[in-house]
Design a protein around this ligand. Sequence first.
Ligand SMILES: [Zn+2]
Length: 333
Amino acid sequence: MKTTKPTVTLERVRCGVCGSGASTHQFDAQDFIYGNAGIFPVARCEGCGVVFMNPRIPPAEIGTFYPQTYYTNLAQRFDTAAWKAQAMALLLRKEYGYPVTVPVSLLARVVAVLIGPVWSRLAWFRHNIANVPGGSVLDVGCGNGALLTIYRRLGWKTSGTEVGPDSAAVGRQAGHEIFLGELAEAKYTSGNFDVVTLWDALEHIHNPAETMAEVFRVCRPGGHVYVYVPNFGSGYARRYRDRWYMFTAPLHYYHYSSETLGRLLRQAGFEAVDFRYPLGGAGLHPTLCAATGGLLNRLVAYGPLAALLRFADRLMPRGHLLAIARRPASSLP
Ligand SMILES: [Zn+2]
């Protein structure tokens, strides 16, 4: 169902990564998910190669394009099965250096050995961060604070920023300190956080270079940043172009590959940029729904096949990109 929004005048902008004023129109993207009408132009920067919406919806207007039911507005849900939590504790020790503080059953040990190698490559597991005892973490664009809850259980002091008031309210109900607004407005003390994370957040941010400079400032020297974004360098993006689900037009302003995300991080001052490609998040099923027509489309939407495709999506490689980088220990706080 298409909904009609008040007419919004698009604004033409310079590249938010390198500042170049030269960009070339690539194609027009549409909203296949939330029912926003219209087309949203996608351009490529001539300076750094990043792909972005240009002209774009002004940042002051973008909030009206997010539906009430947007996923980060929903309450947090956690699987509390004991065997799963215990197996997770073993994997968290192995992969991220956390101490195991719960008794672990034989079943959990068997699960960790048998399923651990797959689990530890999946996107939901790769949203964890390496242990810093007594550390403080800031999650930028923290949504409903679900990850902050996970980090708090692991011993972190947690903070979040979020521009969506409904999402922030859910996170605050869970007891998290969440600043409502953009990162720079929060005016955190320099070097305040051991780790700063942006999970599925950077692509929504309209001023990436300024935001990453602020991430660098609030991260302590020697601390780390984790950035997880849809992978515009993937085969899915090349194959499906304007039908690629992860365009999520018009909610995503910027579309990153390892090259453009690496440039953004190094330009802000980060070093030792390491890229990982957790399994999942390729958007296989919604992309095929958008990209097919006729009989094939009906087949893709067919219940059992749709369920199979959604399951397969959790195992698809390279749909998202995770960058981990360090603020140099020698940089001034
Ligand atoms: Zn650029």
